[in-house]
Design a protein. Structure first.
Length: 573
């Protein structure tokens, strides 16, 4: 059974599941240096993705389109070649018929032929992708599934091999509230509040490291939350009645923060945002605990899957895990809409076979394109051992290996790697990527050494939980220690076949340090570099390593070293 999942809207992507195995997932932003959150505007994209993997549309047994905005159905305007089409799909949230109710459509024009398709609710894809990629599915164990996207309140489901169903909304706060807070306080404050910036939430998660939670501020947020959203006031009732209306819920959320600002005008923005983060974290933990009491009749292991855009909040994930409410917590590497094409395909698989496991790898994105670098770059063979020595000399390297990783985080396939031992390296990496000074740089670390350096240091292959750097290591690896002492850790096993694992092993032999700085290799505001040429054209790092070759910018074209680079050169390992 070949199932092609398609996500047409933001974070557009195409995925193929064949007999229960993920063959590929191609996110549009990872093609051709496309912009972040790129949509699919032409169905020729689907044909191209299939052709790159030796398939034609006629080889596919079932096409599935991810659902989108709408209470009854969604609508998509898309091209097929030069022809304009209107396609109908499922809504954002499942209808009363249940998670696996599908919209049956026709007229999907691919390569000159018309195909029928199914469409499942957007949240169905989140539930299916989160559970089917988990170890719980492999073991045949049940799990609760939390889905919290930007435009919906947190929804709790229960899933098992026999089926899945919606249980309840935990509380009436849309996920975009986190980003909307940034429109009222801090460095991203803006007078135009008619829309939201999809990139703000992750930046705020870093910015709050500058502040500290204040119980007086949390009390203000708690009081206004009741008035605006949760209690029996007229405004709260109106909000809850219209919570699935994106414009209405966004306007109500802005009103909440506007009143908050009036009461908090004497407080620092960084403390306000840190306090709002803690307020939401406490609310989430409290309401999850109460929900589990209400649904204590479920037997078997108590597992949790987390999906939706809020699943990228590593601190909330860690807080839920730390409660002890669950035996195990799973967050896929694509909890946001970057996994929706996989979710669409999984929805059809589940409808046919039940909630069975998906065989998959995080390195199932686009393969590296062939092509040479610019003429101003020299290429020479470079072994992993030689590359480790270069990194030990405090030289950052763009590292391109194998197929791209799925989801928004660079995991060693499309990374910029650097030594973490220099105090100036974090600022240097942020500078070359045009990022704010308070943004953290993640460590990629050998899994067996992580507990020595981080707390808890448990396996975290997809950077989805929060870890504290142990005090005795903070001065040894300052470039990966955030303002609050935390680190967005990625772990990788020594036995991994990925080239980055071999590199870490060789780097550890040279330095005694089993980790490197790891940040994504991409143009500002765009997806990962698709090839060496793109990395060289960007040119803000003078070394690019790609599968055994090291490309080095020639002396005539090197950008003069900045003061920070000069500082780093004095702090070499």
């Amino acid at each position: 059974m070949r199932i092609c999942g398609i996500k047409l809207t933001h974070d557009g992507s195409v995925a193929l599941v064949e007999d229960g195995r993920l063959i590929f997932c191609i996110e549009q932003e990872k093609r051709d240096n496309n912009r972040r959150y790129q949509t699919i505007e032409n169905l020729d994209t689907v044909v191209r993705a299939l052709a790159e993997h030796g398939r034609a549309p006629s080889d596919i047994d079932q096409f599935v389109i991810d659902g989108w905005d709408g209470e009854v159905e969604s609508e998509f305007q898309v091209l097929s070649g030069a022809e304009r089409l209107t396609l109908k799909g499922a809504p954002y949230v499942e209808r009363t018929e249940g998670l696996l109710f599908s919209h049956e459509g026709s007229g999907l024009a691919l390569d000159g032929k018309s195909f029928s398709y199914r469409s499942y609710a957007h949240v169905t894809g989140h539930v299916a992708s989160a559970y089917c990629t988990s170890s719980f599915a492999k073991a045949g164990e049940p799990a609760f599934c939390l889905v919290w996207d930007g435009c919906i309140s947190p929804r709790l489901y229960h899933v098992g091999p026999g089926g899945g169903r919606f249980l309840e909304c935990l509380f009436p706060m849309i996920g975009h509230a986190y980003a909307v807070a940034g429109h009222h306080f801090g460095p991203y404050r803006q007078p135009n509040r008619t829309n939201w910036d999809l990139g703000v939430a992750g930046k705020l998660m870093a910015y709050i490291g500058l502040g500290a939670p204040d119980e007086d501020i949390i009390t203000v947020f708690s009081s206004l939350y009741e008035t605006h959203f949760a209690s029996d006031t007229e405004s709260a009732r109106h909000y809850r009645e219209n919570i699935n209306n994106g414009e209405a819920s966004l306007a109500a959320t802005h009103a909440f923060f506007a009143e908050s600002a009036l009461r908090l005008d004497a407080k620092r923005a960084e403390d306000i945002l840190a306090s709002f983060h803690v307020f939401l974290e406490r609310l989430l933990v409290r309401e999850m605990g109460l929900a589990l009491l209400r649904h204590s009749y479920f037997s078997g292991p108590r597992n949790l899957c987390i999906a939706g855009g809020c699943g990228l909040n590593i601190k909330w994930n860690s807080a839920l895990r730390a409660t002890g409410l669950f035996d195990a917590v799973w967050v896929p590497p694509f909890p946001n809409d970057s996994g929706s094409a996989v979710g669409a395909a999984c929805s059809a698989m589940v409808a046919d076979k039940g909630f069975v496991p998906l065989e998959w790898s995080v390195y199932s994105g686009p393969a590296l394109r062939r092509g040479d670098a610019l003429a101003e770059w020299d290429a020479a063979p470079c072994s992993i051992v030689e590359l480790a020595a270069l990194l030990a000399s405090n030289k950052p390297v763009v590292f391109l290996a194998g197929r791209a990783e799925l989801g928004p985080r660079a995991l060693g396939g499309r990374s910029i790697l650097a030594a973490a031992t220099s105090p100036g390296m974090k600022d240097y990496l942020n500078d070359i990527k045009f990022r704010e000074h308070f943004r953290p740089v993640a460590p990629i670390c050998l899994e067996d050494r992580a507990p020595d350096i981080f707390d808890p240091g448990t396996p975290d292959p997809y950077m989805l939980f929060d870890h504290q750097t142990r005090p005795e290591w903070r001065d040894r690896i300052p470039a990966v220690v955030h303002l609050d002492g935390s680190a967005r850790l990625q772990t990788i096993s020594r036995t991994s076949q990925h080239a980055v694992a071999e590199l870490l092993i060789e780097y550890e032999k040279l330095t005694g340090i089993p980790l490197l700085c790891n940040t994504s290799a991409n143009h500002h505001g765009r997806g990962f570099f698709p090839d060496v040429a793109a990395a060289c054209e960007w040119g803000r790092v003078e070394h690019v390593w790609c599968e055994g070759l090291l490309w080095t910018k020639t002396l005539a074209t090197k950008v003069p070293s900045s003061e920070r680079q000069a500082e780093m050169d004095t702090c070499r390992v």
